[in-house]
Design a protein around this ligand. Structure first.
Ligand SMILES: *[C@@H]1O[C@H](CO)[C@@H](O)[C@H](O)[C@H]1NC(C)=O
Ligand SMILES: *[C@@H]1O[C@H](CO)[C@@H](O)[C@H](O)[C@H]1NC(C)=O
Ligand SMILES: *[C@@H]1O[C@H](CO)[C@@H](O)[C@H](O)[C@H]1NC(C)=O
Length: 310
């Protein structure tokens, strides 16, 4: 470090000065030294932090799969369905995907009972997985429209895909992510096409059990007059109708047989459980959930312990 040259000039004059004046004369030089040291230290700290943040950002493990896209799964339910939320948090909390960032959130209309404010506030504090829309909880009164049209205005960031799912469906996140990973990221409408036996995703609409829209279509619904003018009726059919009328969703995929209704519950929309499942719908009873979760060996990962016998 080069000390300021001022310090060394006129040493003779300096030595002749009375003591008090000597101290005073030293002050500017001292100040310069302190300021210089401070700046050099700052530069050093900044270069260090730059170095560490750069190393943190570099992918260090090439075996780790890359996150390819983000997906919001909104499970449309009712505020009072506390037990269902508890159960579904378990179901989705023990799943993950290595290739997608997946957020699962519960979606309902505005609260109507005093105790809901307390209980749901507690849930938000604990889980932060709730979206309360500005709507009232009547069947076919535009909740799906409110869901999609509100999202761009209320979410802190966009997602590549947004799903609407029922609260009686079992979704397997990794097969779902694998299936979406090879699909287009825009103009996409993906699900289980109705009518049941149909294999043509361009005729009619995707079942409300669980369908996916790409983010551009969510934004389109928010802005579209077509959607805004046509919000009452069977919600899932309306989504298909808007997209048809708007000449949207040129990328459509109906994922049969990976998505279906639980065996024996809904005619040709149902079939037996199969290994390559993405969604099983119409799970209304515990024995149905039990069969499904056992079939997919969901609790097989449980480790032996002296703490419990199951
Ligand atoms: C909620 O919706 C009603 C109409 O249904 C509207 O009058 C009100 O301004 C909305 N509130 C908010 C916070 O957006
Ligand atoms: C609930 O939603 C309805 C819109 O359907 C709105 O008119 C009403 O003001 C909302 N209530 C509250 C408390 O936000
Ligand atoms: C569940 O585990 C059994 C026994 O290991 C196996 O035969 C079966 O294929 C597994 N089921 C699925 C859907 O992976």
């Amino acid at each position: 470090m080069n000390l300021p040259s001022k310090v060394f000039v006129n040493v003779k004059i300096y030595l002749k000065m009375p003591r008090r004046r000597r101290i005073l004369a030293t002050l500017p030089s001292l100040a310069i030294i302190i300021i210089t040291t401070f700046f050099l230290f700052n530069i050093y700290v900044k270069s260090q932090s730059k170095f560490t943040s750069q190393t943190a950002a570099t992918p260090h493990d090439s075996h780790q799969p890359k996150i390819q896209f983000s997906l919001l799964i909104g499970i449309l339910t009712r505020a009072d369905a506390y037990d269902r939320r508890h159960f579904l948090r378990l179901i989705y909390g023990i799943q993950s995907s290595a290739i997608a960032k997946i957020d699962v959130k519960f979606v309902f209309c505005n609260l109507t009972k005093p105790e809901q404010k307390l209980l749901i506030s507690l849930e938000i504090l604990r889980y932060n997985d709730i979206i309360i829309l500005n709507c009232s909880e009547n069947m076919n009164s535009g909740k799906t429209y409110t869901y999609f049209s509100s999202l761009p205005g209320i979410l802190p960031h966009r997602y590549d895909y947004v799903m609407k799912a029922d609260d009686d469906v079992y979704l397997r996140l990794e097969p779902l992510a694998l299936s979406l990973s090879v699909k287009p990221r825009s103009d996409l409408y993906y699900g289980f096409v109705i009518p049941c036996p149909s294999m043509n995703p361009f005729v009619h609409y995707m079942s409300g059990m669980g369908f996916v829209l790409s983010w551009d279509l969510v934004e389109w619904i928010r802005e579209s007059e077509i959607a805004a003018k046509d919000i009452s009726g069977p919600e899932d059919r309306l989504v298909g109708k808007w997209l048809d009328m708007g000449n949207k969703a040129r990328n459509r995929y109906s994922n049969k047989p990976a998505m279906y209704d639980y065996p024996g519950t809904n005619g040709r929309c149902s079939h037996e459980l199969i290994p390559d499942t993405i969604a099983v719908h119409r799970l209304k009873r515990w024995d149905q959930w039990q069969n499904v979760l056992n079939y997919f060996n969901v609790t097989r990962q449980l480790k032996q312990s002296k703490l419990y016998t199951i």
